[in-house]
Design a protein around this ligand. Structure first.
Ligand SMILES: *Cc1c(COP(=O)(O)O)cnc(C)c1O
Length: 495
């Protein structure tokens, strides 16, 4: 399979080249021109497979330059650090709702689904493309990608990784996870700015020829572990197929029955993977894109106008506090019938004015695929409390945003098809916010006390990854101005 840059179709790559590069050098993202297909008979056969086998089955046609055995081996090796053999189990709730729990990996958020696999894929890709230089991975994180990437790439030979997170924009557990990271090839840096500042800064470094040359002097090349990297996106397609198989096994749907999916969305990666799954043949009726108070996407889906000129809100779902959703560019490429000059035009407008408008035709196409909703902080809090009381089920604030939007979609459209809701983080990663939604929290309680109380209330064991955090020393204290990220990377490059 050939992937092309969304901003310049003459720049082509196979999967291995796209994974090693991370982003096309002129700033475009690698996107497919054609999508492989899966039949209902094949989906039926997948119900009898383990998660790694399902993932390998879905990934193989996207990774044509690898053998099927290699893909299966990578998938088997990737999913060994999860706390359940199901890897991504589905919980049945009242009201024909199924919850896809994507947070059973080592860092307690859905990013592990791709970032436990990406390092293996990257080594294999480097081998295949003959890349022998060191790979320097730069990551902008709204909280969860950072830790998952650090954990996935730590002490991997031939790789160094530097993560940038917004200084005041992540939860306490997220911050502690990153600043206590061990490993000889890792660095975590706080940025004086928000996630968009970090992401823009990192993209600028990637696409700056002077930086590329400087790095070549250290015998290294850039890559990315954000969902701009195709290797992040592809493993996420598999979990939607896996969830549908589980819904069938659990009697929530018969093979071929249509269903809806709600995805809590920030950088538009996970929902784009759901869209690719639908295009492969998963019988998805509608994708519901769920945003928090940073509701730039739900406005866009309703009006066709993308406008980031608005206040940036810090919410209880920090991993979705984003106003520039990178992966939307891959959807635009598709809406524009793979016209790279149209994507360039829209992205230039976004850069210069912070805004762009789709044509009527493009907007209508998008609205057939997507429904956009958003939830404010009060709605999120009541949803967490209600879900715990009604279903005895704990959800984190990101998942609660999705619950609210799934509900709103059903109310507004009357569509009662089975609903799969992606649950993206463990409630223990956001313990204080979750506990506050359930009962009064005295000021004297710290974040660990909150988690212990939640564990008591829910009967769910406190995950080791949280319990261990308490004892770990802080190893990373660097802080960078938002326009000086490169200086913060240099000690890692030189060291
Ligand atoms: C990253 C993240 C999201 C948003 O996912 P995107 O793929 O960036 O849209 C939602 N919830 C949690 C917990 C996350 O970590």
């Amino acid at each position: 399979m050939i992937y092309v840059s969304t901003r310049d179709r003459s720049r082509q790559a196979n999967a291995a080249q796209a994974v090693v590069q991370g982003i096309s050098r002129e700033g475009g993202l690698f996107a497919p021109l054609e999508i492989p297909s899966v039949s209902l008979a094949e989906i039926a056969a997948m119900t009898g497979m383990s998660y790694p086998e399902r993932a390998a089955f879905i990934l193989t046609p996207w990774l044509e330059c690898f053998s099927g055995e290699t893909v299966l081996r990578i998938c088997r090796d990737a999913y060994t650090r999860f706390d359940t053999p199901a890897i991504a189990p589905v919980a049945c709730l009242s009201g024909r709702r199924s919850v896809l729990e994507l947070w059973h990996g080592p860092t307690l958020a859905f990013k592990d689904m791709a970032l436990q696999l990406l390092p293996l894929l990257m080594s294999e890709s480097a081998r295949l493309t003959g890349e022998t230089r060191d790979i320097l991975i730069l990551v902008a994180t709204s909280g969860d990608t950072g830790k998952a990437a650090l954990e996935g790439f730590r002490d991997r030979p031939g790789v160094k990784i530097c993560v940038f997170y917004p200084e005041n924009g992540v939860s306490e557990a997220q911050r502690l996870q990153m600043v206590t990271q061990e490993g000889g090839n890792v660095r975590a840096v706080a940025v004086k700015g928000n996630f968009d500042d970090a992401q823009t800064g990192v993209k600028q470094i990637f696409t700056d020829p002077a930086r590329q040359k400087e790095l070549a002097g250290y015998n290294a090349v850039f890559s990315s572990a954000n969902s701009i990297n195709l290797g992040r996106l592809l493993p996420q397609i598999a979990y939607y197929f896996s969830a549908y198989c589980d819904m069938i096994s659990q009697g929530q749907a018969a093979i071929g029955d249509p269903f809806n999916i709600t995805v809590p969305t920030g950088n538009f990666g996970s929902i784009l993977a759901a869209h690719y799954a639908a295009r492969m043949g998963l019988p998805v009726h509608r994708l519901i894109c769920a945003s928090n108070s940073n509701n730039v996407l739900s406005d866009f889906i309703r009006t066709g106008i993308y406008d980031r000129n608005r206040a940036f809100h810090l919410t209880t779902s920090p991993s979705m506090d984003i106003l520039i959703s990178s992966n939307l560019e891959r959807l635009l490429f598709e809406l524009a019938d793979c016209d790279d000059s149209r994507v360039r035009e829209l992205m230039d407008e976004l850069k210069s004015t912070g805004r762009y408008a789709l044509s009527d035709g493009e907007r209508q196409k998008m609205q057939q695929l997507l429904w956009g909703g958003w939830a404010n902080e009060d709605q999120v809090l009541s949803c967490i409390g209600d879900t715990f009381r009604q279903d005895r089920y704990l959800i984190d604030p990101h998942t609660a945003v999705a619950f609210c939007c799934a509900d709103a979609y059903r109310r507004e459209t009357g569509d009662g098809l089975p609903m799969l809701i992606a649950s993206t983080a463990s409630p223990f990663k956001f313990g204080r916010s979750v506990l506050r939604a359930i009962e009064d929290v005295p000021d004297a309680m710290d974040d660990f006390d909150c988690d212990e109380r939640l564990s008591q209330l829910s009967g769910r064991a406190l995950p080791d990854a949280i319990a261990l955090l308490r004892k770990k020393p802080v190893l990373h204290t660097a802080v960078a101005e938002k326009d000086a990220l490169w200086q913060a990377v240099l000690p890692l490059v030189k060291g």
